[in-house]
Design a binder for this molecule. Structure first.
Ligand code: GP9
Ligand code: MN
Length: 611
């Protein structure tokens, strides 16, 4: 026994790397939904952690012998912490931690209070080895640790990393072109190499801005060919009207025209839809910036970044926003109303730059404990109090209202609960329908107030769900509610958010066009009669959008009329089955191009070069 312990003490580095590799493999297999298809996938899974772990532990070469065991132990703890942070983050977001998430932790809704809920008893196994390693490292015999030869150690670790990268590229040739596809990066490089790559990309981002040139901007500008925007008979039908944008927090399309215990979940919206352009096939394209990503798409027609929020990372950029276009073209002033702190998502930092005249945030409202829940003031007092400001706005105006109550974890005071909860296995889903019903009542009230003040008639309303409310973690409850099985394509269908464009006096129409939130920008400009020809963005007018132009998601997934691509698998939408990758490939080419151009515009701040 004692000989064994001696042996373990002497080879502590090997023991530590072995245990961490084992843990990482376990977490990757059972914690992350990475499907293993072939032998290469398995080889990568096993060898990918080794090289980077060796680099992490090389810290011991740089500290005094006396402190080596403690340096070792701290490294061991940090790596375990990183692994666990990813596991928890993954459970909620089905995504991996990025460098930017660490920098914007304040804005990561859903974690925080509910972190405990994300933990499981099995997680104990991730920490059990720490006791053993702690014992080995911190006992007196920890000093017996034999340090390998520096040069040899360095060569082996680099060789392991290079080997992993080579195997990763063999497995996925577009790996570094699609670095936003984190699921693929982790699968091809392993968690720690992904984490390092993500950090390097994050740190290189500011450099791109320094070296960008006018020629880069011109190249992209000549590449983006907008379809002729003036062709439809809806062009200009809302010219000169006030614009009211309502960002409906966490509203998904599946609740529309649906009932709980014989009661409609969204009775007002259902009625409104009959007198509006209703788009039932619009997909949530947000990423880590959640609400702020949706705002970015609507305001600028650019894709969000794959890591972090543009609002937080690039607020000083040059933007060609809806607000600025409208100011130049129609003498509009733009305003935002939102009951949460002005600093959330750095809104107060970016709004002036997007061309907003004023931001009515928390300080503009009378917020009390009684009229608040969850993230802040409830939506009904929020809209009622907003009215005092709205009536004073010079016309024509653009006013954006960002609702808040229907936010995870979907809390409601009893008096505000207007329908029964749903009855599924997931409490989150059960509560969700009641907070959605509250939001429906809120919007009804707001419309009534605008009618009272005679603002309603000469206003165009754009209402959109900002992003999903029910994350994949709780999604089984939605499938149960809808009486359907989980399939990848059913999951994809749940990514739809409702888009309703209401112009008083206009007849209702259901526009089945496939599109994304990013398309709201061009569609609104089209209705306002503003031509889009020279605008450098990726928004398509939904009244003319081609069904073969992919709706692009930030992780590189996409959907077109006949096919969908998700988690690196191509699906035939007619048969609901997996199909050959070649069917999706032509569309994926567009996906890569658009995401790259959009990223270049943002990271290189290329809009500064436009006239
Ligand atoms: C907070 C609100 C909600 O101000 O926008 O944030 P979310 O988590 O949905 O982005
Ligand atoms: Mn939101």
């Amino acid at each position: 026994m004692s000989r064994l312990m001696d042996y373990l003490h002497r080879h502590l580095i090997v023991v530590a790397i072995f245990l961490l590799t084992l843990k990482t493999i376990m977490v990757t297999l059972f914690g992350f939904e990475l499907t293993m298809h072939n032998g290469l996938d398995w080889i990568i899974l096993v060898i990918s952690p080794i090289g980077t772990l060796m680099v992490f532990f090389s810290i011991s070469f740089f500290i005094k012998k006396r402190f080596q065991p403690i340096g070792f132990f701290v490294t061991y703890l940090l790596v375990t912490g990183l692994l666990y942070a990813n596991l928890l983050y993954y459970r909620f977001y089905i995504d991996f931690v990025t460098f930017s998430v660490f920098l914007q932790l304040d804005n990561v809704g859903g974690l925080g209070a509910s972190t405990v809920e994300l933990m499981s008893l099995f997680d104990v196994f991730i920490f059990l080895d720490i006791i053993f390693i702690g014992y080995l490292m911190l006992s007196r015999r920890g000093m017996n640790m034999k340090m390998p030869r520096k040069k040899q150690y360095g060569m082996i670790s680099i060789a392991m990393i290079v080997l992993t990268i080579l195997l990763g590229v063999m497995q996925n040739q577009h790996l570094f072109e699609t670095e936003y596809n984190r699921q693929a990066l982790v699968k091809s490089l392993g968690l720690y190499n992904y984490q390092m790559a993500n950090m390097i990309f994050g740190m290189m981002a500011p450099i791109e801005k320094v070296f960008s040139t006018k020629a880069d901007a011109e190249e992209i500008s000549s590449f983006i060919q907008k379809e002729d925007q003036n062709e439809t008979d809806t062009f200009g039908i809302a010219r000169g009207k006030n614009i009211v944008l309502i960002s409906m927090e966490s509203l998904q399309q599946f609740v529309i025209q649906r009932e709980v215990n014989g009661e409609e979940i969204t009775p007002f919206l259902n009625k409104l839809i009959e007198e509006s352009y209703y788009f039932p096939n619009i997909y949530d394209q947000t990423a880590q910036g959640k609400t702020s990503d949706a705002e970015l798409m609507v305001d600028t027609g650019l894709y969000p970044l794959s890591s972090g929020s543009v609002f937080v990372r690039h607020p000083e950029n040059h933007f060609v926003s809806l607000q600025k276009i409208l100011q130049e073209d129609g003498n509009y002033q733009s305003y935002v109303f939102h009951g949460n702190d002005a600093t959330f998502w750095n809104r107060n930092g970016i709004y002036p730059n997007l061309g907003y005249e004023h931001f009515y945030a928390k300080e503009s409202y009378d917020v009390t404990e009684e009229n608040s829940i969850n993230y802040g003031i409830k939506d009904i007092p929020f809209f009622e109090q907003s009215m005092t400001y709205v009536t004073d706005l010079p016309e024509p105006f653009l006013a954006k209202f960002i609702t808040l109550t229907n936010h995870f974890p979907f809390l409601l005071d009893e008096a505000d609960q207007l329908i029964d909860e749903a009855e599924t296995e997931e409490d989150v889903v059960n509560r969700y329908v009641t907070t959605v019903r509250y939001m429906d009542a809120v919007i009804e009230r707001f419309f009534a107030l605008l009618k009272e003040k005679n603002i309603y008639e000469h206003t165009i309303f754009v209402l959109y769900g900002d992003h999903y409310g029910i994350s994949k973690k709780y999604e089984a409850g939605v499938h149960e509610f809808l009486g359907q099985a989980y399939t990848p394509l059913n999951h994809l269908q749940l990514q739809r958010i409702p888009l309703i464009i209401h112009i008083p006096g206009q007849e209702g129409e259901v526009v089945e066009t496939l599109g994304g939130e990013i398309d709201i920008h061009a569609t609104l400009l089209h209705l306002l009669g503003i031509s889009q020809e020279n605008h450098m963005n990726f928004s398509q007018n939904l009244f003319a959008r081609s069904e073969n132009h992919p709706v692009i998601f930030r992780d590189g997934s996409m959907i077109v009329k006949d096919y969908a691509y998700m988690d690196n698998v191509c699906y035939d939408r007619k048969t609901d089955k997996m199909t050959d990758d070649t069917k999706c490939e032509p569309y994926l080419e567009t996906v890569r191009q658009e995401l790259k151009m959009s990223d270049d515009i943002i990271l290189g701040d290329l809009l500064q070069y436009l006239k």
